[in-house]
Design a protein around this ligand. Sequence first.
Ligand code: SF4
Ligand code: SF4
Length: 176
Amino acid sequence: MVEMIKKNANDLDHQFRYEISKKVGAKSLLNCIQCGVCSSGCTVTEYVDMQPHRVVASCLLGLKEEVLSSQAIWTCSLCHRCTERCPKNVDYSFILALLRNMSVKEGRIPKEYSGTVVTIYNNGFVIPFTGGLKDNIDRRRNRMGLPEFIGPNLDEIRFIIEETGLGDLAKEKEDK
Ligand code: SF4
Ligand code: SF4
Protein backbone atom coordinates (compact mmCIF):
# COMPACT_ATOMS: atom_id res chain seq x y z
CA MET A 1 0.00 0.00 0.00
CA VAL A 2 1.28 3.46 -0.88
CA GLU A 3 1.95 5.53 2.22
CA MET A 4 0.60 9.05 2.11
CA ILE A 5 3.12 11.82 2.75
CA LYS A 6 1.73 14.94 4.42
CA LYS A 7 3.97 17.96 4.22
CA ASN A 8 3.74 21.66 4.78
CA ALA A 9 4.56 23.65 1.60
CA ASN A 10 7.25 25.54 3.51
CA ASP A 11 9.05 22.28 4.24
CA LEU A 12 9.43 21.39 0.55
CA ASP A 13 12.73 21.99 -1.20
CA HIS A 14 11.62 23.81 -4.32
CA GLN A 15 15.15 23.93 -5.71
CA PHE A 16 15.65 20.17 -5.54
CA ARG A 17 14.30 19.50 -9.05
CA TYR A 18 16.57 22.16 -10.55
CA GLU A 19 19.55 20.94 -8.57
CA ILE A 20 19.12 17.54 -10.25
CA SER A 21 18.08 18.80 -13.69
CA LYS A 22 21.08 21.07 -13.95
CA LYS A 23 23.30 17.99 -13.90
CA VAL A 24 21.15 15.83 -16.19
CA GLY A 25 20.69 18.27 -19.05
CA ALA A 26 18.21 17.47 -21.83
CA LYS A 27 17.19 14.16 -20.25
CA SER A 28 15.92 15.97 -17.20
CA LEU A 29 13.13 14.82 -14.89
CA LEU A 30 11.33 18.07 -15.73
CA ASN A 31 10.04 16.26 -18.86
CA CYS A 32 8.27 13.55 -16.84
CA ILE A 33 4.55 13.04 -17.54
CA GLN A 34 4.07 10.46 -14.76
CA CYS A 35 3.07 7.68 -17.18
CA GLY A 36 4.59 5.00 -14.91
CA VAL A 37 6.36 3.12 -17.72
CA CYS A 38 9.64 3.26 -15.77
CA SER A 39 8.04 1.54 -12.78
CA SER A 40 6.20 -1.07 -14.83
CA GLY A 41 9.43 -2.31 -16.39
CA CYS A 42 11.74 -1.83 -13.43
CA THR A 43 13.59 -5.02 -12.53
CA VAL A 44 13.46 -4.32 -8.78
CA THR A 45 10.06 -2.63 -8.62
CA GLU A 46 8.61 -5.04 -6.06
CA TYR A 47 11.52 -4.59 -3.68
CA VAL A 48 11.67 -0.81 -3.42
CA ASP A 49 9.93 1.45 -0.93
CA MET A 50 9.33 4.04 -3.66
CA GLN A 51 8.86 3.10 -7.30
CA PRO A 52 10.75 5.03 -10.01
CA HIS A 53 7.84 7.25 -11.12
CA ARG A 54 7.19 8.12 -7.46
CA VAL A 55 10.83 9.02 -6.91
CA VAL A 56 10.64 11.32 -9.93
CA ALA A 57 7.38 12.86 -8.69
CA SER A 58 8.89 13.34 -5.23
CA CYS A 59 11.93 15.08 -6.70
CA LEU A 60 9.64 17.35 -8.70
CA LEU A 61 7.60 18.14 -5.61
CA GLY A 62 10.65 18.93 -3.50
CA LEU A 63 10.47 15.95 -1.14
CA LYS A 64 14.24 15.88 -0.83
CA GLU A 65 14.41 14.32 2.62
CA GLU A 66 12.07 11.47 1.65
CA VAL A 67 13.95 10.75 -1.56
CA LEU A 68 17.45 10.82 -0.07
CA SER A 69 16.43 8.65 2.86
CA SER A 70 14.59 6.08 0.73
CA GLN A 71 16.07 2.65 0.15
CA ALA A 72 14.83 2.88 -3.47
CA ILE A 73 17.85 4.88 -4.55
CA TRP A 74 20.14 2.09 -3.31
CA THR A 75 18.14 -0.96 -4.39
CA CYS A 76 18.25 -0.01 -8.08
CA SER A 77 20.47 -2.37 -10.06
CA LEU A 78 21.29 0.34 -12.63
CA CYS A 79 20.08 -1.90 -15.46
CA HIS A 80 18.99 1.26 -17.38
CA ARG A 81 15.71 -0.27 -18.51
CA CYS A 82 13.72 2.71 -17.19
CA THR A 83 15.89 5.11 -19.18
CA GLU A 84 15.53 3.03 -22.35
CA ARG A 85 11.74 2.81 -22.04
CA CYS A 86 10.88 6.34 -20.95
CA PRO A 87 8.74 8.03 -23.64
CA LYS A 88 9.93 11.45 -22.50
CA ASN A 89 13.63 10.65 -22.48
CA VAL A 90 14.05 11.07 -18.74
CA ASP A 91 17.37 9.51 -17.74
CA TYR A 92 16.14 7.99 -14.50
CA SER A 93 19.08 5.64 -13.95
CA PHE A 94 21.50 8.56 -14.23
CA ILE A 95 19.29 10.60 -11.89
CA LEU A 96 19.47 7.76 -9.37
CA ALA A 97 23.26 7.80 -9.50
CA LEU A 98 23.11 11.54 -8.76
CA LEU A 99 20.73 10.96 -5.86
CA ARG A 100 23.13 8.40 -4.41
CA ASN A 101 25.96 10.92 -4.63
CA MET A 102 23.84 13.55 -2.90
CA SER A 103 22.89 11.09 -0.22
CA VAL A 104 26.52 10.13 0.44
CA LYS A 105 27.51 13.81 0.63
CA GLU A 106 24.97 14.19 3.41
CA GLY A 107 26.53 11.24 5.22
CA ARG A 108 23.80 8.76 4.34
CA ILE A 109 25.07 5.50 2.95
CA PRO A 110 23.84 1.95 3.63
CA LYS A 111 26.33 0.01 5.74
CA GLU A 112 26.64 -2.67 3.05
CA TYR A 113 28.05 -0.06 0.66
CA SER A 114 30.32 1.68 3.14
CA GLY A 115 31.57 -1.74 4.30
CA THR A 116 32.50 -2.62 0.72
CA VAL A 117 34.39 0.67 0.32
CA VAL A 118 36.37 -0.08 3.48
CA THR A 119 37.18 -3.62 2.34
CA ILE A 120 38.43 -2.34 -1.03
CA TYR A 121 40.38 0.45 0.71
CA ASN A 122 42.08 -2.01 3.03
CA ASN A 123 42.62 -4.95 0.69
CA GLY A 124 42.14 -3.81 -2.87
CA PHE A 125 39.44 -6.45 -3.30
CA VAL A 126 35.71 -6.61 -2.66
CA ILE A 127 36.39 -9.85 -0.80
CA PRO A 128 39.74 -9.95 1.05
CA PHE A 129 42.18 -12.13 -0.87
CA THR A 130 43.71 -13.79 2.18
CA GLY A 131 43.68 -17.03 4.18
CA GLY A 132 41.86 -20.05 2.78
CA LEU A 133 40.61 -18.20 -0.31
CA LYS A 134 44.13 -17.16 -1.28
CA ASP A 135 45.55 -20.65 -0.61
CA ASN A 136 42.83 -22.22 -2.69
CA ILE A 137 43.30 -19.89 -5.66
CA ASP A 138 47.10 -20.13 -5.47
CA ARG A 139 46.86 -23.92 -5.50
CA ARG A 140 44.55 -23.97 -8.51
CA ARG A 141 46.65 -21.48 -10.48
CA ASN A 142 49.69 -23.56 -9.72
CA ARG A 143 47.94 -26.71 -10.94
CA MET A 144 47.00 -24.95 -14.18
CA GLY A 145 50.52 -23.70 -14.69
CA LEU A 146 49.50 -20.05 -14.29
CA PRO A 147 51.91 -17.48 -12.87
CA GLU A 148 51.53 -16.33 -9.29
CA PHE A 149 48.67 -13.91 -8.86
CA ILE A 150 49.83 -10.35 -8.29
CA GLY A 151 47.39 -8.26 -6.30
CA PRO A 152 46.40 -4.71 -7.18
CA ASN A 153 48.50 -1.72 -6.22
CA LEU A 154 46.93 -0.63 -2.94
CA ASP A 155 48.38 2.87 -3.14
CA GLU A 156 46.68 3.42 -6.49
CA ILE A 157 43.38 2.05 -5.23
CA ARG A 158 43.51 4.26 -2.16
CA PHE A 159 44.37 7.25 -4.32
CA ILE A 160 41.25 6.62 -6.46
CA ILE A 161 39.06 6.23 -3.37
CA GLU A 162 40.48 9.43 -1.88
CA GLU A 163 39.87 11.29 -5.15
CA THR A 164 36.22 10.22 -5.21
CA GLY A 165 35.79 11.75 -1.78
CA LEU A 166 35.12 8.38 -0.13
CA GLY A 167 38.49 8.27 1.60
CA ASP A 168 37.21 9.97 4.74
CA LEU A 169 34.38 7.49 4.95
CA ALA A 170 36.80 4.57 4.71
CA LYS A 171 39.11 6.03 7.37
CA GLU A 172 36.20 6.93 9.63
CA LYS A 173 35.01 3.34 9.55
CA GLU A 174 38.52 2.04 10.11
CA ASP A 175 38.88 4.17 13.26
CA LYS A 176 35.73 2.74 14.84
S1 SF4 B 1 8.69 6.58 -17.83
FE1 SF4 B 1 9.55 8.65 -17.96
S2 SF4 B 1 7.81 9.99 -18.22
FE2 SF4 B 1 7.01 8.04 -17.52
S3 SF4 B 1 6.89 8.25 -15.26
FE3 SF4 B 1 8.87 7.34 -15.75
S4 SF4 B 1 10.28 9.07 -15.88
FE4 SF4 B 1 8.21 9.90 -16.07
S1 SF4 C 1 17.89 1.25 -13.66
FE1 SF4 C 1 17.08 0.90 -11.57
S2 SF4 C 1 15.15 1.97 -11.50
FE2 SF4 C 1 15.69 1.71 -13.68
S3 SF4 C 1 14.67 -0.17 -14.33
FE3 SF4 C 1 16.75 -0.70 -13.69
S4 SF4 C 1 16.56 -1.26 -11.51
FE4 SF4 C 1 14.70 -0.13 -12.06
